[in-house]
Design a binder for this molecule. Structure first.
Ligand code: MRU
Length: 366
């Protein structure tokens, strides 16, 4: 996708020793490219949210495994170095299942290598393949998901208002995004659309990142405070909700950024279609009950107590927004039970949020 007139993906190789990412912490105010050179650089980048969004976390960790292989080749015990690095990468964030799915996939492939050199070569090929696949999956999510927007437009004959939460855009994947892919495709096809962008406290991924990328692509959008969506739905100003997912169970329960559940409840009450868009890597095939079983990340209370923005001198500042001695609680995600999800948009097609329908698209997981 574009920044200025230049096309970017969110992660790429400068050369075989340096992986580059966009440091998302300073967007939209500054565009900073960061070099990742060591396993610990990858750990910090994921934990501290230089990169974020479930598929991008997975793609970054896959390159982290490749860099870990290069380091392991210089150690006395390749396997124990690699497994320790994999465990450290997996410990960075608990909810986005792509991290675990894709690190494990890399480790399985690497096993086939006969020596450190061959294992490292396999790791690089796998990291490249994963990025390529995520990009292709997101593109296909767009091709499938656009049919929902097209049919709403056929019925309404006027601008389609889509509400989204957090950033499930290209910045959260490798390219195109998940929730945004059908939006980009609809825009490309000339369907009049407008996007309501939830600001998404506490880290404001909606206001900072979704608004930024929609703006770069020229897509009409309006940022709203997180609590506004319900009113807009009652006023029939929302035609469709599309969100991403950090982990979706085989039964269709959807974990996504905190606040998603409340939007799903409001959409349900107002008869508004609520879709989750996600690639295969964001499914957790092992669990059935998302509310009980999906681990919910708890982050620092300081993310709630402080807010970041640009001051008049153009300097990024963190400012305290509450009494200095008040405590705060900061859960990163919530789970929307499948009964509130109208459907799941995947790279293989659209299915109902129920096991049989999901498995029709992924029969190999039955
Ligand atoms: O904490 P973040 O910014 O990593 O959370 C991201 C989200 O919740 C996204 O909506 C989700 O990962 C889907 S991304 C395609």
């Amino acid at each position: 996708m574009k920044i200025g007139q230049k096309s970017y993906t969110t992660i790429w190789e400068l050369d075989e020793s340096v992986i580059q990412i966009i440091d998302q912490r300073s967007l939209p105010h500054k565009f900073i490219i960061e070099d990742l050179l060591s396993t610990s650089d990858f750990e910090v980048a994921i934990r501290e949210m230089h990169v974020r969004g479930a598929p991008l976390i997975g793609a970054t960790a896959a390159y982290g495994i490749y860099i870990a292989c290069k380091e392991a080749a210089l150690s006395s015990d390749f396997n124990s170095y690699l497994f320790d690095a994999a465990a450290r990468l997996k410990a960075t964030r608990p909810t986005a299942v792509d991290l675990f799915n894709l690190v494990d996939r890399c480790l399985r492939r690497i096993e086939a290598g006969q020596d450190a050199k061959e294992k490292t070569t396999i790791a690089l090929a796998e990291a490249r393949l994963i990025s390529k696949e995520i990009r292709a999956h997101c593109f296909n999510i767009g091709l499938h998901g656009v049919s929902i927007i097209e049919s709403l437009y056929e019925q309404k004959g006027d601008t389609i208002n889509i509400l989204t939460h957090c950033n499930a855009g290209w910045l959260a994947t490798v390219d195109y995004g998940t929730a945004t892919a059908p939006i980009y495709e609809a825009f490309k096809r000339g369907i009049p659309i407008h996007v309501w962008v939830d600001e998404t406290r506490p880290r404001n991924q909606g206001a900072r990142l979704t608004a930024y990328e929609l703006g770069q692509e020229g897509i009409p959008h309006t940022i709203i405070a997180d609590n506004t969506g319900g009113l807009l739905m009652q006023k029939q100003l929302v035609d469709l909700v599309i969100v991403g997912s950090d982990r979706t169970t085989r039964t269709g329960d959807v974990a996504n950024k905190i606040g998603t559940y409340l939007k799903a409840l409001a959409a349900y009450d107002n008869n508004i279609p609520f879709y989750a868009a996600l690639p295969e890597s964001s499914f957790d095939w092992q669990i059935r009950d998302g509310v009980k079983e999906i681990p919910i990340e708890e982050r620092s209370a300081e993310e709630v107590r402080y807010i970041q923005g640009l001051d008049d001198a153009g300097v990024l500042q963190n400012v305290l927004i509450c009494p200095a001695d008040s405590s705060a609680l900061n859960f990163g995600f919530d789970v929307t039970p499948s009964k509130y999800v109208s459907g799941i948009i995947t790279e293989r097609g659209i299915c109902k949020a129920e096991e049989a329908s999901i498995l029709k698209l992924y029969p190999e997981k039955a």
